[in-house]
Design a protein around this ligand. Structure first.
Ligand SMILES: [Zn+2]
Length: 411
């Protein structure tokens, strides 16, 4: 199949780096009309469409980047439903699932998730994998094999999501060592209430381990409605005490921050930006699980304060989190499902640059990908072309899409 082609499309203006700006026609929704050509899997030409009469019938996006998912438990909802749908119920069903977990079951879920994600238009994904002491470390060998098997179609990053104590054991050190040669990220959960001294001790160990093996850290932190910002404050304190500034750290969730005052959020945001801590907002699971009251409808939902953090120069990405597991019963590894829910929920306007940054550019930076996601001459011909002419078409049903991987139509 050919890996060359040409198309007349609309592209969000802030995702399009074009030389001939003067002739570019951009509509009221900030979509610009361009002609794009690609050869041998690379964009070879990108120029404005000058004809104002015929409007392109398609919108083009770069393939998406998912910053936060849980491939190892996807599609377990049917066997481990959490009908109360609160955080405690999710955790307890999750632990039940661990009892029946085998390497084969996990690999099957990961492969199913990968195929769906590729088909739906992702080019890179970071997935957390539940990690615990009595689990065989061999599972990682198999996971790395799968990562390699799909590497021509999708970049897959793994985070070992373990209890913080795990990283203070020989097994934790052994895994960190494997990760230093194979890739892999240290993960954990910090949710209040907690013993501050104890968490400081464990977090310090983790930071030192990451520093020793040159690993990144990605924490589920402050996914809570109580003690707003307690986790991030401790993390900042530990970083300050250890004077380690070189470890890339991601804070996933940070939902409780929204209960702080405006100036407290900006203040914490500035400290995070200073330490280059990146944030992933996960509105779907947060809105579903947190502050749940099954008798009363309430709009009080914690979620990372995206706009305030961006204002403090924190790089914020939007992620999906769980798919059809005890933590979240819906989803299908489809970026348009996630966006159709999140964009109206969070009042993020898709025609604004900072919204598109949190969907395309910040995630590319977070996963440290070679391509930043901007459509330009010389970029990979990795896109999704939709039967759509306006944002309403993008976030409505029956979306027809074509996914191109290195210029080839994926089928
Ligand atoms: Zn998660």
């Amino acid at each position: 199949m050919s890996n060359s082609g040409t198309a007349e499309v609309l592209i969000p203006r802030s995702l399009c780096l074009i030389e001939d700006v003067n002739n570019l026609i951009t509509n009221v929704e900030d979509l610009c009309s361009v002609s794009i050509s690609w050869e041998d899997g690379v964009v070879s030409d990108l120029k404005p469409l000058k004809n104002k009469v015929t409007k392109p019938k398609n919108i083009l996006f770069p393939r998406f980047v998912e910053t936060h998912s849980h491939f190892d438990k996807s599609f377990t909802w049917t066997d481990f439903p959490n009908l109360e749908s609160n955080y405690e119920g999710a955790l307890s069903e999750n632990l039940e699932e661990h009892k029946t977990r085998t390497t084969d079951k996990v690999l099957e879920r990961v492969e199913k998730s990968l195929r769906l994600a590729i088909k739906n238009g992702y080019r890179a994904i970071r997935s957390h994998i539940d990690t615990y002491k009595n689990q065989s470390i061999d599972i990682w060998i198999e996971l790395f094999k799968l990562q390699k098997k799909f590497s021509s179609e999708l970049i897959l990053q793994f985070v070992a999501l373990a209890p913080l104590e795990f990283w203070d054991t020989n097994k934790g050190e052994e895994l960190a060592k494997i990760f230093s040669s194979r890739g892999g990220i240290i993960g954990g959960v910090i949710v209040p209430p907690f013993n501050k001294k104890y968490i400081i001790k464990l977090l310090s160990k983790i930071l030192l381990l990451a520093s020793k093996y040159k690993l990144e850290i990605d924490l589920h932190i402050d996914e809570s409605i109580i003690e707003p910002g307690a986790g991030i404050r401790v993390l900042l304190e530990v970083i300050e005490n250890l004077k380690i500034n070189s470890i890339p750290i991601t804070c996933s969730h940070l939902s409780s921050l929204i209960s702080l005052s405006h100036s407290e959020i900006l203040n914490l945001g500035e400290k995070m930006a200073e330490k280059n801590i990146k944030v992933i907002a996960l509105p779907l699971t947060n809105f579903w699980l947190l502050n749940r009251d099954n008798k009363n409808t309430s709009l009080k939902r914690p979620v990372a304060p995206i706009k305030q953090l961006q204002k403090s120069h924190v790089d914020v990405s939007l992620g999906s989190d769980n798919v059809q597991d005890p933590w979240y019963p819906f989803g299908n590894f489809d970026p348009f499902y996630m966006l159709s829910c999140s964009i109206p929920m969070l009042q993020l306007s898709p025609w604004e640059r900072m919204t598109l940054s949190s969907i395309f550019l910040a995630p590319s930076r977070l996963l440290n990908l070679k391509w930043d996601g901007l459509i330009k001459k010389g970029c990979p011909a990795d896109f999704i072309i939709l039967d759509a002419q306006k944002w309403a078409d993008v976030f409505s049903s029956n979306l027809q899409r074509k996914v191109f991987i290195k210029g080839k139509l994926h089928s």
